[in-house]
Design a binder for this molecule. Structure first.
Ligand SMILES: *Cc1c(COP(=O)(O)O)cnc(C)c1O
Length: 396
């Protein structure tokens, strides 16, 4: 028996991760790092950061891109620049940073449920969550597909709320043919190493609002408007030059990364076809997606194995599948203690969070690897009863 618990192809020798970094041309990156060292300008709105901001803004087709040290700080800064306070409605099915960026500044995240098909915030439940303290809505474009931007915009404008988006997944994606990054008051991208386009660590806010962009630029640099003049409470949200050098290098390869992801996704679609109880989340053809997430929903009744059991099978085979975003923000601290009943209002989140697993993709994964991963899943499901007994044993 190999390391894993399945017969058939042996376990992978090296671990396969979800979110392994995509890296563009190494020589180009190193040459930029040399330029940076020659210049001795390592951070503080350096030439690479400025160039990256110009290029990202052009790519997204937006007036302003404000680069930041990461998306979490970018969310915090956008939230503060928009003067959100009191309560802000967000989906419970998202990465914890969406909630924390509010809670960190004493704003209450109010968890709304999601749509079962898109996994994005359900606009139909928002109205009932608005209170006199509500000041805004943050939509999240889960898996890079736009949430229902139009419905959210309608509610926000009628109820006089601010609207922004956590677009951490959605770089290079469109909504109704227009690049994401142009919606609401502002949108926030993550360029973290695990995202398909990375600047090592990094993020950006994009907006078409000149005043807001200017304010965020000051806020990311402690609120300094000149050498000796501070005009806002600010923080240190600056992107450094090495990060921007990585960003410029990877931006040159971004379309290639999407192509690889798309190709991988097609291989998964073929490989997973006909495995009982597994369904691959598919992206609407009408829009462009970056295909950075291979999302599989497990129907335990049909598959004979739960999502958690399948994930342990894969881990034993060195395929590090992930349970994003389990168990949902409302079930993590401090929200779990603060709002112990939030789960009653988020039944779809509960269900989706229990069923979904993400499989490895990106430039380091090829067709053969995907075939083997799918074969492992096929074997596991076809021998569900044995596998269940063996995973129990391993856990005991
Ligand atoms: C990755 C991610 C973030 C945080 O991004 P960082 O750049 O790591 O701070 C925020 N929201 C969502 C939905 C994410 O997936």
């Amino acid at each position: 028996m190999p390391l894993g618990i399945l017969s058939g192809p042996p376990a992978f020798r090296d671990r396969l991760y979800v979110g392994r970094p995509n890296v563009g041309d190494r020589t180009a990156f190193l040459s930029r790092i040399n330029d940076m060292l020659d210049r001795g300008w390592l951070t503080n709105d350096g030439p690479f950061v400025q160039e990256l901001e110009r290029r990202v803004a052009a790519y997204v087709g937006v007036r302003h891109c404000v680069a930041m040290c990461n998306a979490t700080v970018a969310l915090e800064i956008a939230i503060r620049a928009l003067e959100l306070s009191g309560e802000v409605i967000i989906p419970s099915y998202t990465f914890i940073a969406t909630a924390h960026s509010l809670q960190w500044q004493q704003i209450t995240p109010v968890f709304a449920d999601i749509d079962a098909d898109t996994h994005c915030i359900d606009p139909g439940v928002i109205e009932q969550m608005i209170t006199p303290r509500t000041t805004g809505i943050i939509g999240v474009h889960i898996w890079g597909q736009a949430c229902d931007v139009d419905a959210l915009a309608e509610i926000a404008s009628r109820r006089k709320l601010r609207l922004m988006f956590d677009a951490a997944h959605a770089f290079g994606c469109t909504h109704k043919g227009r690049m994401i990054g142009n919606n609401g008051d502002a949108e926030v991208f993550s360029f973290h190493a695990t995202k398909f386009f990375n600047t090592l660590e990094g993020g950006a806010v994009t907006t078409n609002n000149d005043e807001l962009a200017a304010k965020m630029r000051l806020m990311r640099n402690f609120g300094f408007s000149g050498y000796d003049n501070v005009v806002y409470v600010g923080t240190n949200g600056k992107m450094n030059e090495a990060a921007a050098a990585m960003g410029l290098t990877n931006l040159e390869a971004v379309d290639q990364f999407v192509e690889i992801n798309r190709r991988n996704w097609d291989f998964y679609r073929a490989g997973l076809a006909g495995i009982h109880g597994l369904s691959l989340f598919s992206y609407p053809e009408r829009d462009r997606n970056n295909f950075q997430y291979v999302v599989v929903a497990v129907d335990a009744d049909t598959a004979g194995l739960t999502r958690d059991e399948l994930v342990s099978v894969l881990w034993a085979e060195n395929v590090i599948a992930r349970k994003y975003f389990w168990p949902g923000c409302h079930r993590m601290e401090p929200y779990k203690s603060l709002y112990p009943h939030a789960g009653l209002l988020t039944p779809v989140t509960e269900k989706v969070a229990q069923r979904v697993m993400l499989l490895p993709t990106g430039a380091s994964i090829d067709a053969t690897t995907i075939d083997i991963i799918c074969e492992k899943l096929r074997v596991a499901v076809s021998r569900a009863a044995d596998v269940r007994a063996m995973t129990r044993q391993r856990i005991d």
